[in-house]
Design a protein around this ligand. Structure first.
Ligand code: 5GP
Length: 219
């Protein structure tokens, strides 16, 4: 009997949530990941915070008024949103869905409340938490960035202490001590995650169907 070999590829990408304390270096890491590998798409969030020096609308964020942001919430145009240090931050739905359907692995660089909402809505999402090598190093990086006042740095450190309570909800930790090493580590985790049985149920079902057909055919 002639056997027909059918190869099933994963069509949908993985939704990857990357969180980490402010100053942990997530932004630099994500840039490096996108520069090095071509299977990723980075979602651009909407926020009501003011642009920092050097930030451009539509590149780092879509900067928005509170009114416009609330309109987007009402239209169900955001996958998730949260308030962080007095400002709204949210993930526009359209781009994420379109990129996932094209097979891209989509990265959401978001804080912990948003991450937990994503996990609830999309149990398949992969949650990564970027850790600094130490709390002292985190403070040093926040000060070194030179973009925030002492008061804002203080609020962000306080927020980091609060966020540290929820890290166990994430799937993996990555310690950002070396940019290259950490980028490869994240890519490795995503590659492994793609092969998880739970993320390949359609393929498993297809093999089952083929096996049943073959087995009946041999009778
Ligand atoms: P920053 O003001 O430093 O750019 O961002 C502050 C925090 O908001 C960071 O932890 C960042 O990951 C998070 N953030 C950025 N975009 C979003 C988003 O769309 N949703 C949520 N929930 N958090 C976001």
């Amino acid at each position: 009997m002639q056997l027909r070999v059918v190869t099933v590829m994963r069509h949908k990408g993985i939704l990857i949530v990357v969180s980490g304390f402010s100053g942990a270096g997530k932004g630099t890491l994500m840039k490096e990941l996108l520069r090095t590998y071509d299977n990723y798409a980075l979602s651009i969030s909407m926020t009501t915070r003011s642009p920092r020096q050097g930030e451009t609308d539509g590149v780092e964020y879509f900067f928005s008024t509170r009114e416009n942001f609330e309109k987007k919430i009402a239209e169900d145009g955001l996958i998730e949103y949260a308030e962080y240090c007095g400002n709204y931050y949210g993930t526009p739905r359209a781009y994420v869905e379109q990129q996932l359907n094209c097979g891209k692995d989509v990265i959401l660089e978001i804080e912990i409340q948003g991450a937990l909402k994503v996990k609830k809505k999309f149990p398949d999402a992969l949650l990564l938490f970027v850790m600094p090598p130490s709390a002292h190093e985190l403070k040093r990086r926040l000060i070194g960035r030179g973009t925030e006042t002492a008061e804002v740095i203080d609020r962000r450190l306080q927020r980091a202490a609060e966020e540290s309570e929820g890290i166990e909800a994430y799937d993996y930790l990555v310690i950002n001590d070396d940019l290259q090493k950490c980028t490869e580590e994240i890519h490795g985790i995503v590659r492994t995650a793609r092969n998880a049985a739970a993320r390949n149920t359609e393929f498993i079902e297809q093999i089952r169907r083929e096996l049943r057909e073959l087995w009946k055919g041999e009778e």
